[in-house]
Design a binder for this molecule. Structure first.
Ligand SMILES: Cc1cc2nc3c(=O)[nH]c(=O)nc-3n(C[C@H](O)[C@H](O)[C@H](O)COP(=O)(O)OP(=O)(O)OC[C@H]3O[C@@H](n4cnc5c(N)ncnc54)[C@H](O)[C@@H]3O)c2cc1C
Length: 561
């Protein structure tokens, strides 16, 4: 038995594992992917900390921008922790070997990002996530060579083992050799990332299916703010590959088919650097109003000049050339909103603790909540580091001060039985079609704008898909890289989460952040809805309740950019 088992090896998971090890724990890390393949590695634009290297800045300003960006739904105590601890965490990453870009004075460079009052985003050109994940992997491997830290690579976590009210381990399918294995720990940290794949058009990697959220939900834990999915304004048409907000941070324009910089009509001050919910809605209004080009708008970088594009945004140029056949030095890039980041997740306190003894969560799978109804660009990577560190420390302290939980073997036996049943089925529908229909219908009926009838229709669609899923067949019965099996399990996770999301969306009869109901409830309603939604799984499906937002200094104001 390990002291701490971390499930997930993206930025949050590896940061948690490093801290747990440094606190003195024996650590196991379970990941369905090789760690550096985690979606964190795809992050481009950067990571926010109020260093004040490009203009005056302070953690207080960072916190206020985040509270406002969250449409006042973020928990302000958590946001203050993020803003205050971010600078120290960035310097530590730098000392560990992150090669961040520099300004002319030789200090860490900072670029402007959406809805940030000051240039606050630290970056490594436009491959920031790649740099972070490799440095964290190096630090993890260094510790693995020194002491008790083991990475269970290509282990697919399927279920949490909870016995007597305590989380004692995680039941995994060994992707390389087959078979179910129970990895036990005195503390477990979920760091399994997001769930963008629930939508057909998304920036997220194939692995982002909400596994950890669904595992927690089925184990009886509350999920928080599940209706809030962020649509990123600039994803490549048609593939959905992300073009970083850094392009607009460096001065890129958004134009419609008439060449108009339309953001002047929607956010006259911040223009292209308004917050993401605002820009995505503006683009959708342009496209639906017939002023788009092939279902997209255009991101124009030409005026930045070749040198700036080649030094500051080389990765974005390459993506545009490879996936849209456009060289942004000469032509504008076709972009549209795509599902990008899930603000909700497993409810935790400011140390990553969930309501189950011994279970912690950090990163995109968790909801602390620092993003509320809308996340600011650059704040998510920072959250993975700051709250990954805090969760790793708290999990280690819990493990080192408690005796092991008792393990009866019953959860593993249940899992063996259910797996046997699934694999025994010889006829039925393959998972992929259900998955496609889920992705398309979520985009259609629960996207940038939400309408009462469409959400009700989506609930019916999800019910139908869930019924079909009961008869899903896994044709591959083999032990080696059975992606047919894991694909079916992931689809089950997504069908649970889609239900939870749409139900929470229907109940929130207001517009706040990424949840926008232009036809029936266009305004924010602080009197009724300055509250987190909380969903728990019951025998009759998801059940909703709510929770107060934790406020410290800032009262809600009208949000304009
Ligand atoms: C294209 C893109 C660009 C982005 N750019 C930025 C940016 O510039 N700045 C910013 O702040 N944010 C950005 N974000 C958001 C940010 O990168 C993510 O929110 C963050 O990296 C998530 O980190 P994580 O550690 O929580 O999860 P991930 O990095 O997604 O890692 C999840 C880990 O969990 C493991 N896992 C998942 N399910 C299972 C399972 N069932 N069993 C075992 N292991 C499992 C995976 O193997 C993986 O190791 C971007 C996101 C995308 C998609």
């Amino acid at each position: 038995m390990h002291d701490v088992v971390v499930v997930g090896a993206g930025c949050a998971g590896m940061r948690a594992a490093i801290e747990a090890f440094d606190t003195g724990a024996d650590v196991g890390v379970v990941s369905k992917l090789h760690p550096t393949r985690s979606h964190s590695g795809a992050a481009e634009g950067g990571i926010n900390a109020a260093l004040g290297n490009s203009a005056e800045d302070s953690p207080e300003k960072h916190a206020f921008d985040t509270v406002k960006g969250s449409d006042y739904l973020g928990d302000q105590d958590a946001i203050e922790i993020l803003a205050n601890e971010a600078p120290g965490d960035i310097y530590q990453l730098e000392h560990w070997g992150c090669v961040f870009s520099r300004n002319d004075e030789g200090k860490l460079a900072q670029r402007p990002f959406g809805a940030a009052g000051s240039p606050r985003t630290v970056y490594s050109a436009d491959i920031t996530g790649h740099v972070l994940i490799h440095v964290l992997y190096e630090q993890t491997m260094k510790r693995a060579a020194q002491g008790p830290l083991h990475v269970y690579e290509e282990f697919f976590a399927w279920r949490l083992a909870i016995e007597g009210g305590r989380c004692v381990g995680v039941i995994c399918w060994d992707l390389v050799n087959g078979g179910l294995k129970l990895v036990t720990g005195k503390s477990i940290v979920l760091a399994t990332g997001g769930m963008g794949r629930i939508y057909r058009a998304t920036t997220n990697a194939y692995a982002c299916n909400g596994d950890g959220m669904a595992m927690a939900l089925r184990a009886g834990l509350p999920l928080k703010d599940m209706e809030f999915m962020q649509f990123h304004p600039t994803t490549l048409y048609p593939s959905g590959v992300l073009i970083t907000e850094g392009c607009r941070g460096e001065g890129g324009f958004l134009i419609n088919r008439d060449g108009e910089r339309f953001m002047a009509r929607y956010a006259p001050n911040a223009l292209e650097l308004a917050s993401r919910d605002v820009v995505s809605r503006s683009e959708t209004t342009e496209i639906e109003g017939g002023r788009g080009v092939n279902g997209s708008v255009l991101l124009d970088l030409r005026h930045l000049g070749a040198e700036r594009i080649l030094t500051r945004l080389p990765g974005s140029r390459e993506l545009a050339m490879t996936f849209a056949g456009v060289d942004p030095i000469y032509d504008p890039i076709p972009v549209r909103p795509g599902a990008h980041y899930h603000m909700g997740g497993v409810a935790t306190d400011n140390w990553g603790a969930t309501e189950v003894d011994g279970l912690y969560a950090a990163g995109e799978v968790a909801c602390v909540s620092v993003h509320g109804a809308n996340r600011l660009g650059g704040n998510s990577l920072m959250e993975t580091i700051t709250f990954g560190r805090r969760a790793g420390q708290a999990a280690a302290e819990h493990a080192l001060s408690s005796s092991p939980g008792s393990i009866s073997g019953a959860p593993l036996a249940d899992a063996e039985r259910d797996l046997g049943r699934l694999l025994a089925r010889k006829e039925g529908e393959r998972p992929w079609k259900i998955r496609d229909e889920l992705g398309s219908s979520m985009l259609e009926n629960f996207g940038v704008f939400r309408y009462g009838e469409r959400m009700a229709k989506q609930l019916e669609i999800i019910a139908g898909l869930r019924e079909r899923f009961e008869n899903v067949v896994v044709e591959d019965k083999g032990d080696v890289f059975n992606t047919d099996l894991t694909g079916a399990i992931e689809l089950g996770y997504m069908l649970d989460l889609a239900w939870v999301m749409v139900q929470a969306g229907i109940a929130r009869t207001e517009s706040r952040g990424a949840h926008s109901r232009p036809a029936d409830f266009p305004e924010r309603d602080d009197e009724k809805f300055l509250k987190h939604s909380i969903t728990r799984w019951t025998d009759d499906g998801p059940e909703l309740s709510d929770q107060e937002v934790r406020m410290t200094k800032w009262q809600p104001e009208v949000r304009s950019y």
